[in-house]
Design a protein around this ligand. Structure first.
Ligand code: UDP
Ligand code: MG
Length: 332
């Protein structure tokens, strides 16, 4: 086993409350792994500032000044957790053999990294951190999560249940991931689609120790919908089936009312009429909504916008400022 260079990639959005503690604990962990000869001396902890509005970037700068083990990537604008992760991976993939992504609040157990590394050296390219219980979640989050995983599976998207973005990836698997140029990227769906040898490590997920969740219900719903619409076209197929179903019913109704007419029992019901007008109207709107969602995605994809722009990559050896030299490829 030849020890590889190891990078923690930590997305941070308004995380000033947790950064001091997180950085201290990650540093201890990294030191331990280096001392055990599991990873190279030039391993790093990279914080990706996802356009924070608080002192997050100042803290990252300070950490970097004090100790070169800390690197920082600053996004020019808040682009969301998934894009922040991707930006961090893009920035370090040239130098890192092994990358572990995890949240800044250390809800994921850093001790699980040892086992992840073990699996990496056994030949795995991707190791998923999977939580072994969801007791720290509210009943609501637990229930919705379970329903969501079930639904994704039914729609043909291959995702690992109870896995958030706590994951070890080898350089080549990250390179493969970066080949996906779609704007609406759902990492939890794309990573399993990459293939490679993968394994799972179980861990207990803790509570956020400071600050508050950056995922309010609104963002959670948006994220869930994003997952479905970026991974699956089953909703469109559902509309097709619904259309066929309603068409069949309308034929049955037609025959039925024709027979009633022949018998002479034609009582034209105003209520029935109104109900059908509303029902059909609702269905049409619903269908248009779902179709519109996909058209919106096509629209976004055709723009080929960069998913993020790294304004600055703070690192003593490899750092750069956007547009400075030939690092353009790394910015897309
Ligand atoms: N995060 C981010 N950009 C955002 C929202 C969140 O980079 O727009 C980061 C955040 O700093 C944290 C991680 O994503 O490191 C997970 O967020 P959080 O812990 O708030 O989510 P939860 O654990 O409550 O689902
Ligand atoms: Mg969290």
């Amino acid at each position: 086993m030849k020890a590889g260079s190891f990078y923690f990639v930590i997305p941070c959005y308004n995380e000033e409350a947790v950064l001091p503690e997180t950085s201290a604990r990650l540093k201890v962990k990294l030191r331990q792994l280096i001392d055990e000869g599991l990873i190279k001396e030039e391993s790093r902890i990279v914080f990706v500032d996802d356009g924070s509005k608080d002192a997050t970037w100042d803290m990252i700068t300070k950490l970097h000044d004090e100790d070169s083990v800390f690197s920082g990537v600053r996004l020019s604008h808040n682009r969301g957790h998934q894009n922040a992760l991707l930006a961090g991976l893009t920035a370090v993939v040239k130098y890192a053999d092994i990358m572990v992504t995890m949240d800044a609040d250390l809800q994921d157990d850093i001790e699980a990294v040892d086992e992840m590394l073990k699996k990496y050296y056994e030949g795995c390219d991707i190791v998923y951190g999977v939580r072994n219980d969801r007791s720290t979640d509210t009943a609501f989050k637990r229930g919705t999560a379970r329903g969501y995983y079930g639904m994704m599976k039914m729609m043909g998207a291959d995702i690992v249940p109870d896995h958030a973005d706590f994951r070890l990836m080898s350089r080549r698997s990250v390179r493969a991931l970066l080949n996906y140029s779609e704007v609406n990227l759902f990492l939890r769906g794309i990573v399993p689609a990459l293939g490679f040898r993968t394994d799972v490590v179980y861990y207990e997920r803790g509570e956020r120790f400071a600050g508050e969740s950056k995922y309010p219900l609104r963002k959670m719903i948006a994220f869930a919908l994003q997952g479905i619409t970026s991974m699956s076209t089953t909703p469109i197929q559902c509309i097709t089936f619904l259309g066929i179903f309603i068409f069949v019913i309308s034929i049955i109704m037609l025959i039925y009312s024709f027979i009633r007419h022949m018998i002479g029992a034609t009582i034209v019901g105003w209520t029935t009429l109104m109900i059908s007008v509303w029902a059909i109207g609702g269905l049409i709107l619903l269908s248009l909504g779902v179709i519109g969602e996909y058209i919106g995605k096509i629209y976004m994809e055709t723009k080929h916008r960069p998913r993020f722009i790294i304004e600055e990559f703070l690192d003593r050896e490899h750092g750069y400022v956007f547009g400075d030299d030939d690092n353009d490829e790394a910015d897309r």
